[in-house]
Write a protein that binds this ligand. Structure first.
Ligand code: SAH
Length: 399
């Protein structure tokens, strides 16, 4: 028998609707539940609801493994991992793309676990204590199921602190990844630093959006000038150049290292001669472009997360509005803006409203030509709205 947690009256609704999180405020009693251990969840009338793992240190005090009465053992983990991997096998054209998310945590029924493939390597994040406790089992199963050349841990994420865990980075199995791994994404080539890069090395969630955005840049009649703001390692720039052989792209980022890698990536795809690399703060550089009356045919805005918590919502929205306002002013009539937000707290509706406000202030009439989300390997679980975080709009300035 597992230790039990009993919910307060009326707090069972979300769990009954298969939301996988139980907040500490919803729990009436946690009896002898152990941090990181398995617990059975009951409603206030002591009816069994679900089985999950517990951590009193976290505001998300429990996360659900299953709504069925089944043991959380090796066979359970094996089945969940296999299901997630099989879903990607069916989705990804491996001849064109060898870097993608294999396991997307709660959305794949594996709370706190992220697994990304980069060519022959696998990069793993253990985000919570409950999954950390299963690390050996998970690593062994991934080795069996994927047989990678090497498995590397990138559990250097802020959320671990909330779980009472220190960051953890290093080789889990097999070979240490080289400093740069070459991956293939939609038949384009990129060097990825899985040991020091953002997230697990690359923004895999933008894969399909890079393709879509580049398609809109194709028909430009002349040599289009594109500004890739928050370029990181230049992925959008490479796609744009591949789609339009006349395109020129200015990559703008605050990180010198990211820009150095962007240059290498453009070279790898034979388009570095059409790239420019500007180090600086996006807000300042865009203002300077405005003051110099510089214009562009297309601008890509893929900023870092501006809103990390509800308390940052207003300042974050101001950030999104400012950056979009500046970009809209720099676009030529008929120009294209691809604008994104990866802040989970900002809904697609709210983001569209912010872009609308920016357009009004910029005195531009704007048409939406596409609405974008995260790539489908970054599964969104319908009963877990928190798993939907990336949204984008491709807009055209009415000439
Ligand atoms: N579009 C990229 C991902 C962007 S990630 C891709 O497809 O791979 C966000 C980037 O914004 C990071 O590279 C970070 O260095 C950069 N950044 C963060 N704050 C910035 C600022 N104020 N000015 C310019 N760049 C910034």
């Amino acid at each position: 028998m597992n230790p039990r947690i009993v919910l307060k009256r009326g707090k069972e609704k979300a769990i009954l609707a298969h939301h996988p999180w139980i907040f500490s405020g919803a729990i009436a009693r946690a009896d002898d539940a152990l941090d990181g251990g398995t617990v059975d969840v009951f409603d206030s009338a002591e009816r069994w609801l679900a089985r999950g793992y517990y951590n009193a240190r976290s505001q998300i005090a429990a996360r659900v493994w299953t709504w069925n009465d089944e043991p959380i053992d090796r066979a359970f983990l094996h089945a969940r991992l296999q299901r997630a991997i099989a879903a990607r096998d069916a989705l990804i054209d491996r001849a064109a793309t060898d870097a993608y998310r294999l396991v997307n945590a709660e959305s794949d029924g594996l709370p706190g676990l992220v697994v990304d493939r980069y060519a022959d390597f696998v990069v793993v994040q253990f985000l919570t204590l409950g999954i950390e406790e299963r690390k050996d089992e998970v690593v062994g199963l991934l080795q069996e199921l994927l047989e990678p050349g090497g498995m590397y841990e990138r559990s250097d994420v802020d959320v671990r602190e909330k779980e009472g865990l220190a960051p953890a980075v290093g080789v889990l199995r097999g070979a240490e990844p080289p400093n740069l791994i070459e991956i293939c994404e939609n038949n384009l080539h990129f060097l990825v630093d899985v040991k020091r890069g953002h997230k697990t090395g690359f923004y895999l969630d933008q894969r399909e959006n890079r393709k879509r955005v580049a398609e809109f840049l194709r028909p430009a009649p002349h040599a289009p000038e594109i500004l890739n703001v928050f370029s990181y390692t230049g992925a959008f720039a490479v796609y744009a150049c591949a789609a339009n052989s006349n395109a020129r792209v200015v990559n703008l980022d605050a990180s010198r290292d990211a820009l150095d890698l962007a240059r290498k990536n453009m070279r790898l795809n034979d388009c570095d001669a059409r790239g420019e690399f500007v180090e600086g703060d996006a807000f300042q550089v865009l203002r300077r472009c405005r003051d110099a009356s510089r214009t562009f045919d297309a601008i890509i805005l893929d900023p870092p997360k501006f809103v990390h918590s509800q308390s940052q919502l207003q300042s974050g929205l101001r950030g999104y509005k400012d950056i979009n306002l500046l970009a809209l002013k720099l676009l030529k009539p008929g120009g294209t803006l691809a604008t994104f937000s990866c802040s989970g707290q900002v809904s697609a509706e709210l983001f569209q409203k912010v872009v609308f406000e920016a357009a009004t202030d910029a005195k531009r009439d704007v048409q939406i030509i596409a609405k974008l989300s995260q790539s489908p390997d970054h599964r969104i679980l319908l009963s877990f709205p928190e798993s939907e975080y990336l949204k984008g709009l491709v807009c055209q300035i009415v000439a």
